[in-house]
Design a protein around this ligand. Sequence first.
Ligand code: UDP
Length: 454
Amino acid sequence: MEKNCHRRRRLVLLPCPFQGHINAMLQLGTILHARGFSITIVHAEFNSPDPSNHPNFNFLPIPDGLSEADISSGDPVSILWRINANCRSHLRECLSQMMTAPAREGPDDGDIACIIYDEFMYFSEAVANSLKLPSIILTTMSAATFLARTALIQLVADGQLPFQDSVLQDSVPELYPLRYKDLPIPLFGICDTFSKLVLEAYKIRTSSAIIWNTMDCLEPSSLSHIKHQFQVPILPLGPMHKFAPASSSSLWKEDTSCMEWLGKQTKHSVIYVSLGSIASMDEKQLAELAWGLASSQQPFLWVIRPGSVHGSEWIEILPEGFKENIGDRGCIVTWALQKEVLAHSAVGGFLSHCGWNSTLESISEGIPMICRPYFGDQRVNARYVSHVWKVGLELENEMERGEIKRAVRRVMVEKEGEAMRERAKNLKENIELCIKEDGSSNNALNRLVEMIMS
Ligand code: UDP
């Protein structure tokens, strides 16, 4: 009864159109829907989510004005810059229509209580202000990444980039244990647009709170820094996927056949390998990874996205003799039900690019990680996994089969891995406490609901 008392108060959510960000925003929508709000997702046409996976939500696309060239550039920074420039008037029109439409008897016809937007969809705030609607920000990355990115932008402004090779291994003052090489440099390197985008996204404006997909128990000192820095409430209510019942927001079709294969493997024997939705590699790296996995002698489940290996459709360029070598010890899919895979008892390790969602999903299940970060926040997350929470190790060099084999053995079979697994189990238990009644994330969620209702 109590849960449904806000039914028909509408929340408008604006995800940033990349897989990791979409997942977090739709999880937040699911959480708030369960608290009785109706949810409208206003989204760019680019990478639009599949409405059929969320029948309780209302989906409204707005034109994003991206050209073929923008999209094929694959550059998240320039795509986001353009979306922020192009979408403002379309969002305003869309919201105005919602506000003036005659009341209907549907589940999604309430007044707009609040706009919740991804930090990188910051044009939404100006639109919300112009329509006198309250707004709240969702940050889908770690608190440590926020601090590291702020420091990086300052270093850029001070003319310190590119870094000399001689400083790369040095610690960045006040960002222990990050080194200069761990700072979140974007996919295509530092450029003016990146600095402008981050400065806009991180500007303190009029939104009334910042929701963070992290936990007090995981990042106490970074969060405490941030709480001092902002005047508005910081609400760490992660890991959001643990609050929200499993529902897919994948941009690719999931191959569920691997679940059957997993069912045949012994407990904690499988190393799961995935580099997320953006990172890619070349043919040589693919071959090194393939032979590293093969020679580790551990069973593996490997996600290779179509097109994620330069110059290939899918796995036709796997090295000769590889498939025969591994037999049924390996399973390769185009896209997996990652959260379910990580929760499966057969999985004992995760070789990951360390996107924030993947990192949260892994540590929430107590799975130790082999970190192979590529760009951006992945480097920060990898450093935290290996040096703060100590639930994994980082591959720092070029992809090399011997190093991969050793890393898999260290995490999956050796004593060192056992210790990581033990720490990962403790971390998992602490995370579970955060989302229980009276846990810090649950309290933050209650506070958010109260704020929206007040
Ligand atoms: N994911 C998935 N199936 C896969 C690979 C990834 O469902 O085969 C999901 C994963 O669970 C995570 C998201 O895709 O929620 C990737 O987000 P992340 O922040 O880890 O990395 P990004 O893709 O943004 O680099």
